[in-house]
Structures are given as structure tokens and as C-alpha cells.
Ligand binder design. Structure first.
Ligand SMILES: [Zn+2]
Length: 333
């Protein structure tokens, strides 16, 4: 049975329907004519999502499939449909508007396309959504794409409250000094937009402290906090929810049993369970719950973490109240 679930960390470009993506890739000449489905599948299966040329290529490939209003709209609608099918009642879907302007789309139009695709799904199905726009961490200094990041903030401000619920910092966190992004998030904070930050995913626990200094509402991944008690203590003191994505990490360097999620729960951290990238990690939230049960994590934790996800969601209070009623009904609370 599909129990009600809440997804807070899911990338649109990393979660495409693979059959749709293959068709589009051929149509749009993103892959060579004659590339078989099997070859396409193998390109997208990321063995190492940590900073590598191989994984940059995968992300570029899926972004190249999403360069028109229509394609962004269709991909978002289709993603919502698949999430609805596995019992997700609320999903925050993230993408970086600046990655979708190669064919002349403005960042504002890219955002609107994703919001409109999600709106169509909400009209037709019993799923609620919120869109998160990611600033990008790329290049060897924050000045590399500062202009695009500032444009992303400006576009997000225009749609905040009308589909957009928050912002994020995504990309390769070890590229340059994490702290260089602080001025951008001071602007986001001033505008009153909630935000999360990818931090402590790629091996450097100190980034947890850099991220906390920017006063985020949540942290994406954060698993490197287990490197040092100082990081754990800082997260607990700030009461910051972590968006943990187990299969996504497992596909890089560890296995399910060695993943730190169990120790993170035992340490008293606010752990929420999420997916990250359905296509690259070949998973979805239903599978994440199953995998966690396989390594001995109790159903009671999964239910509690679903309520914690709702608490940490960026949607408005009225939506939260409606979603809570659904959870209570499903879990008979
Ligand atoms: Zn992510």
C-alpha cells in the first residue's frame, strides 16, 4: 500500500522519465542518431556523483533536454504524475533556472514553465507542490556565474508565493570557498524567501558550519556532519532539518549499511528522508523507505520523519494544515 509521503529534496533534471528523455534526446539531437536506449541508460547511470567530468556530462545532458517552455512544462507535469502514483502528497521540486536558458528562454520563463507544469498536475491530481530555484555553485569562484545567480534571485522574487516556495545552492560544493556565496544568500534572506543549501555532501564537513553561518532553513544532505562532533552540535543547536538522500549517496561511495543515516538519527539530528535524483540514483521515495527498512530502520521513524518533513516544508500554513489532515488519516493519528 502507498502510504502518504512527503518529498523535500528532488531535482527535476535528475528525475526525468527515462523513456521521455530518450525520445527527446533523439528528437533534439542531444545524443547521436542511432544511440540505443541501452547506451543512453548507461550514460545516465551515475556511478560517481561527486565532482567528476562524467557526472557533469550527465547533468548537462539532462539540462539540454529542458531548454524550451514546453519541455520544462511537460517534464514537470510528468514528474508530478509519477510522484502522485507512489503516494507523495507534497513535493518540493527543485531546478536551477539559469541552466535552461541556452535557447533563449529567460530565467523567469523557465521558472514559470515549471510552475505551470506543477499547477496542471495539482488541478488534476491529489498532489501539492512547491518549486525551489537553485543558485549554482560552479566555476572556481562565486564571481564565475554571479550575474546568473543574481538574475535567479530576481526571477524567484517575482514568483515567490505564486508557485515558488524557496531557494537552494546546488552544484559542486568543493569547487571554491563555500563562504563566497554568503552575500547572495543575504539577499535571499532580505527578500524573505526560505532557503536550503547543499552542504556536507561531498566530503568536507566544515561546509556545514559555513552553511549554518548563512542561516538557512534546511540543509541538503549534511551527511559529512558525522566527521566531527562540533558539526553535529552546531546542527542540533540551530535545530536545522537535514534533507538526507540515502540512495544518492550510496551510488557514490558507500553502501546502505555504511550510510551514516542510522548514526545521524541516533545522534538526535532532524533527519528527513528524500530522493535527490530519481534517474541518476535509480530510485524514488517509496524505494527509499523500503531500503531503509532493509537496514533495520523502523516504520515508526519513517512516519515521524514524514511529519518532520511537513514541519520543515516551505509551503504556507494553510497547505500544511491540509496536508497534516491527510497524514493523520493515513497514519490514524
Ligand atoms: Zn541535491
Amino acid at each position: 500500500m502507498n502510504t502518504a509521503k512527503i518529498e523535500l529534496h528532488l531535482h527535476l533534471d535528475g528525475s526525468l522519465n527515462i523513456a521521455w528523455a530518450y525520445r527527446k534526446a533523439l528528437q533534439r539531437n542531444v545524443i547521436e542518431k542511432g544511440t540505443s536506449f541501452e547506451d543512453f541508460y548507461n550514460i545516465l547511470f551515475a556511478r560517481n556523483l561527486a565532482h567528476s567530468a562524467e557526472s557533469i556530462r550527465k547533468f548537462e545532458l539532462v539540462c539540454d533536454l529542458l531548454q524550451t517552455f514546453e519541455d520544462l512544462y511537460d517534464a514537470t507535469y510528468d514528474l508530478c504524475r509519477r510522484l502522485n502514483d507512489i503516494g507523495i502528497i507534497y513535493a518540493e521540486i527543485r531546478f536551477a533556472s539559469q541552466q535552461h536558458c541556452k535557447k533563449g528562454l529567460s530565467q523567469l520563463d523557465a521558472l514559470q514553465a515549471v510552475i505551470d507544469g506543477a499547477d496542471k498536475a495539482m488541478r488534476e491530481m491529489d498532489i501539492r507542490t512547491g518549486i525551489i530555484n537553485c543558485l549554482m555553485h560552479k566555476g572556481d569562484s562565486a564571481s564565475f556565474n554571479e550575474k546568473e545567480n543574481l538574475e535567479a534571485i530576481e526571477a524567484s522574487e517575482k514568483l515567490f508565493g505564486n508557485g515558488l516556495v524557496g531557494m537552494d545552492l546546488a552544484g559542486y560544493e568543493n569547487n571554491c570557498d563555500f563562504k563566497e556565496y554568503a552575500p547572495l544568500f543575504r539577499i535571499v534572506k532580505e527578500k524573505g524567501i526560505p532557503f536550503t543549501l547543499h552542504a556536507g555532501e561531498m566530503g568536507i564537513g566544515e561546509h556545514i558550519l559555513d552553511a549554518l553561518a548563512m542561516k538557512p532553513d534546511r540543509i541538503g544532505h549534511g551527511i559529512d556532519c558525522m566527521q566531527d562532533q562540533r558539526y553535529i552540535d552546531a546542527l542540533k543547536a540551530a535545530e536545522i532539518p537535514l534533507e538526507v538522500c540515502v540512495s544518492s549517496n550510496v551510488k557514490t561511495t558507500m553502501n546502505y549499511a555504511s550510510h551514516p543515516i542510522r548514526r545521524m538519527i541516533e545522534a538526535g539530528l532532524k533527519v528527513t528522508v528524500n530522493t535527490d535524483n530519481m534517474i541518476f540514483a535509480r530510485t524514488d521515495l517509496a524505494n527509499e523507505h523500503s531500503q531503509l527498512k532493509m537496514i533495520g530502520i523502523e516504520e515508526a521513524f519513517l512516519i515521524q520523519s514524514t511529519y518532520d518533513s511537513l514541519d520543515a516544508a516551505f509551503c504556507d500554513q494553510k497547505t500544511k494544515d491540509q496536508l497534516k489532515q491527510k497524514l493523520d488519516k493515513d497514519f490514524r493519528r
